[in-house]
Design a binder for this molecule. Structure first.
Ligand code: CA
Length: 292
């Protein structure tokens, strides 16, 4: 009597076929199913321990990763997977406009009404709104928010670098009355893909960039580019270790005293010491050299 393998069982085969078909339907949006057997295995632990990337599986998180923010209307955007260069950590999951060629397409976001003691805000607060988007082509969009004097937006043009870009917008007059508290709006027929939108409390206008080299392109609330001071120069590198491989050096011997070694193999840190004078003075100079 034989044993049915997981992939040989009719039910397992049906699950694999279903997962494969689902991923195929989303292939244009970057769906990946590297190990369909693991992806459809019974038990969350099997899936978790799999050494593969699978965008289809059981008991997966159905919506965005979000904290105190949600999409106002799920129909406004489309999910994407695995977008952008492999050397940037953005884009494992991302969203784009559901109508990418519509210049008025909008993705609205609603903040949790309990934020900061309750929304809408009644007083000025230093906030930074950060968006990470994929600069896949020449185009533009705008980042908007509900301010104390109504809708405000920051136009963002991009040049088609193929890279993920972070933009930070510092604002002080957020109101957030509900509905579209923050939004992304297309402004041409080039639909952007977004990794994330975040709003931070930044009482000291803290730098929110997640990328060390490129940083976050930061604007104040009047759309002026904020220039950060150049980073401090790196500290001077320490002097190289003292090792000139001379065949004379102070060397501790078994009884705790010092001698003058004559073999190069015994002299890891000589730097010309032990060439004259006593072993003791050479040792003293040697120690000084090591401490310098
Ligand atoms: Ca656009």
């Amino acid at each position: 009597m034989g044993t049915l393998t997981a992939t040989g069982h009719p039910r397992a085969r049906a699950k694999i076929a279903r997962a494969t078909a689902i991923c195929a339907a989303f292939a244009a949006q970057g769906c990946v199913l590297e190990d369909v057997t693991t992806a459809t295995a019974n038990g969350a632990m099997t899936q978790r321990r799999g050494n593969s990337t699978n965008d289809v599986g059981y008991h997966l998180w159905r919506s965005d990763y979000g904290l105190f923010m949600k999409r106002a209307d799920a129909s406004q955007s489309t999910g994407w997977f695995n977008q952008g260069p492999a050397d940037q950590f953005f884009g494992r999951f991302c969203r784009g406009f559901s109508a990418p060629s519509d210049a008025t397409a909008t993705i609205g976001l609603t903040l949790d009404a309990g934020l900061w003691g309750g929304l809408p805000l009644q007083s000025s607060r230093r906030l930074t709104i950060r968006v990470a988007f994929l600069d896949a082509a020449v185009g533009s969009f705008s980042l908007g928010y509900d301010s104390s004097t109504g809708a405000k937006s920051l136009p963002i043009a991009h040049g088609g670098s193929g890279r993920w870009i972070e933009v930070c917008w510092r604002v002080t007059d957020g109101r957030f009355e509900g509905g579209n508290d923050i939004w992304l709006q297309n402004s041409d027929n080039v639909g952007e893909i977004f990794d994330s939108v975040e709003v931070y409390d930044t009482p000291n206008w803290e730098d929110l960039s997640l990328q060390a080299v490129t940083g976050c392109t930061t604007y104040d609330e009047h759309h002026n580019l904020v220039m950060f001071p150049p980073p401090p120069p790196p500290p001077p590198s320490p002097p190289p270790p003292c090792a000139d491989s001379l065949s004379r050096c102070p060397r501790k011997i078994a009884d705790g005293s010092w001698t003058c070694a004559t073999r190069a193999a015994d002299c890891q840190l000589t730097c010309g010491l032990c060439g004259g004078g006593s072993v003791a003075s050479a040792h003293s100079a040697h120690t000084t050299a090591l401490k310098s």
